[in-house]
Design a protein around this ligand. Structure first.
Ligand SMILES: O=C(O)CCC(=O)C(=O)O
Ligand SMILES: [Mn+2]
Length: 215
């Protein structure tokens, strides 16, 4: 396990997790306020909800989306959909501050011209977790995934291309960005159960923004 626990929080630095996978520590920190304001505007129109998996399991992470399409799950499967199934309306537009962050972070990680059309917004309350999975519902695997952490600290698991590959653990703090693409695009990853705590800006939760180019 790579130990990042003694690193200085909020100090920008880049760490390679694997070929094509970079942790940009503190990258989103300078725009924390507009990011949080944008999240609040989105969840006003498209509130967080706990999706049901095809296996009839209620996800512990609460989710919503912005962008042209949003990631949804129900008993029939996973998909990207232009309509929020809860409201029947299109998802809120992707704010410019989101698209710009995703573009800049991807470029810094080595992926030029990243134009995501979906942003999945995850809310982890203490105890919520995301089991090891691949992001593979997109049609375009040439584009990376860009993931932004806000709020409480999480332990992120990052493995290889097979579920059984060994995973490394990374501590993600408020403002960290992880980008994975190229040879790591289909790497297995997940989030350990969130530890309780109180973040000065977000309270007892972690918010994650995951940018995807779906087509
Ligand atoms: O919360 C995270 O850091 C990862 C989220 C994720 O993997 C996903 O939404 O697919
Ligand atoms: Mn994922």
């Amino acid at each position: 396990m790579m130990d990042l626990f003694d690193a200085v929080e909020g100090e920008p630095r880049d760490i390679q997790l694997a070929p094509g996978a970079m942790l940009l520590a503190g990258f989103a920190r300078p725009i924390e306020t507009p990011l949080i304001e944008s999240v609040n505007a989105i969840i006003n129109r498209a509130p967080f909800r706990h999706l049901i998996t095809p296996g009839d399991h209620r996800m512990s992470v609460a989710m919503t989306n912005c962008g042209r399409v949003g990631w949804v799950s129900d008993r029939t499967g996973y998909r990207y959909d232009a309509i929020d199934p809860d409201s029947g309306n299109p998802w809120p537009q992707m704010p410019a501050v989101f698209a710009d962050l995703a573009l800049r972070a991807a470029a810094r990680a080595g992926f030029a011209d990243f134009r995501p059309d979906a942003c999945l917004i995850n809310r982890y309350d203490p105890g919520a977790k995301l089991s090891l999975h691949q992001d593979k519902d997109e049609l375009d695997f040439n584009a990376p995934i860009v993931s932004v952490s806000l709020g409480l600290v999480a332990t992120f698991l990052f493995g290889g291309l097979n579920r059984s590959d060994k995973t490394a653990r990374y501590r993600l703090v408020h403002g960290d960005v992880v980008a994975w693409g190229g040879p790591s695009r289909l790497a297995y990853h997940g989030v350990m159960p969130l530890a309780d705590g109180e973040h000065p800006l977000l309270g007892a939760q972690r918010i994650n923004l995951t940018f995807r180019k779906t087509r």
